[in-house]
Design a protein around this ligand. Structure first.
Ligand code: F0G
Length: 427
């Protein structure tokens, strides 16, 4: 049976306690019973479920439920099952074997659905009725959708005027209570943590259950991005997995998934993680560069990639472990690097929101520095859909983004409505 263990004071709790944080305030891990799990042929179990049209097997999260946690009642929107696209043109350009895992193909258009479905399931099983998160947008859209599915109260706390309309529209439309604060994501997160401290396991229905990635069940759900990639690659590990980083829940989940898959013998080598921050919101990068000497929050984080405009990430200790366990690296990408990478992903016909493009920006840096070697198998994670933030795309192509060079702009042309005018443009 799985247990909850505090990464600060090492105290163990029952998995059925469904706690979000330890009594000491420390972050919790779900500890997997690896020896027990080794007795099963998990690859066959997981592969055997691929043809199923029935829940829970048909969900790309619950398909891997043995490696998550037990739950009496399962919530699902048949999330996951996202494509792993071979990126032929980019592979040729870079001299590597690149695939892009498009997590924007989840039900609400971002990877958040995988962690959200797991954490809301844990909370519902604990008898909770009020669910809250702070968000730069995607988590709020996901919470709103899953709260509607589960029939519980969804409450999202967001920085006013700082999240993209695509995401705000989802939270409003799905019926969550949207509370805007005059402050940034970090201020919203602080408020949510204060609400979480008041959680009373003896009185769950009156409490507020926190669904940010401080919640250990979120991490368990997000591990399935890695499990699904490994399954899509016939359980042959890639050399690298590269992903954007903000609040660091995903980096934490990826390291945990890789270590567990390796310990269980599902793969015979560990892919290296590269976690990529925006240069204007780079506390984890600075922490890595200091040789893990000093973690310092960044005040007034700023980047066009609003999803990762975060100065004080909550999961930095778990994420540090992920980088260490996988011999990984942390990078930072400039605004121009992010938007040029986005333009290249968009032009390949797949597309993503700005934060997601950190993956390709990071891959380009690692190829240039020689850390990614020619021919290596690399998976880049696209965390959110292009349509989450269409303003950034259109303004890039119109050359209207301050400080951005728009090197790959595809400008719309004004023409007369005649056949000749069309032919003139295409010849
Ligand atoms: N990419 C996208 C599109 C995101 O929305 C986020 C985080 C990240 C990357 C970074 O992931 O936080 O696990 O390191 N968005 C959160 C939100 C903070 O509120 O939607 P992380």
């Amino acid at each position: 049976m799985q247990k909850l263990s505090c990464i600060a004071c090492q105290k163990n709790h029952e998995i059925s306690d469904n706690l979000v944080v330890c009594d000491c305030g420390g972050l919790l891990d779900v500890v997997q019973p690896l020896e027990e799990l080794k007795k099963q042929d998990l690859k066959s179990v997981f592969d055997g479920r691929l043809d199923s049209h029935e829940l829970p097997d048909s969900s790309g999260v619950w398909r891997f439920r043995e490696l998550l946690f037990p739950a009496k009642k399962i919530i699902s929107r048949i999330e996951g099952n996202t494509r792993l696209y071979p990126a032929k043109k980019l592979s040729d350009e870079l001299g590597i074997n690149l695939s892009l895992k498009h997590e924007g193909e989840n039900p609400t258009g971002s990877f958040k659905d995988r962690g959200m479905v797991a954490a809301i399931t844990a909370g519902v099983n604990a008898g909770c009725e009020n669910f809250v998160c702070a968000s730069t947008g995607n988590t709020s859209a996901s919470l709103a959708s899953y709260a509607a599915e589960a029939g519980v109260n969804g409450i999202v706390i967001i920085p006013e005027g700082k999240i993209s309309f695509g995401k705000l529209s989802q939270a409003l439309a799905f019926g969550a209570k949207v509370l805007q604060i005059d402050g940034d994501f970090d201020a919203a997160m602080k408020l949510v943590n204060e609400l979480g401290e008041k959680f009373d396991p003896a009185n769950p229905a009156e409490s507020v259950y926190v669904l940010n990635s401080v919640n250990p069940f979120r991490i368990e759900g997000q591990k399935t991005i890695v499990f699904e990639i490994l399954q899509q690659l016939n359980w042959e590990a890639p050399d690298w997995i590269v992903l954007p980083a903000g609040n660091l829940g995903n980096t934490s989940a990826f390291g945990k998934a890789i270590s567990e898959a390796f310990e269980l013998g599902l793969i015979d080598k560990k892919p290296r993680i590269a976690s990529v921050q925006a240069a204007g919101a780079n506390p984890f990068y600075n922490y890595f560069k200091s040789g893990w000497e000093k973690f310092e929050a960044v005040e007034n984080a700023e980047t066009i990639a609003t999803a990762i405009k975060i100065g004080n990430p909550q999961s930095y200790l778990r994420a540090k472990r992920s980088i260490e366990d996988t011999n990984g690296v942390v990078l930072e990408a400039s605004e121009n690097e992010i938007m040029d990478a986005k333009a290249a992903i968009d032009a390949s016909g797949i597309g993503c929101e700005p934060a997601s493009a950190c993956s390709l920006a990071g891959i380009r840096q690692l190829v240039k520095s020689g850390e990614i070697k020619k021919g290596e198998k690399v998976v880049g994670i696209l965390t959110g859909h292009l349509l989450k933030d269409p303003d950034s795309t259109v303004n890039y192509h119109l050359g209207k983004l301050e400080g951005i060079e728009s090197k790959a702009a595809n400008q719309a042309q004004q023409i007369e409505a005649t056949v000749e005018a069309v032919f003139k443009e295409i010849n």
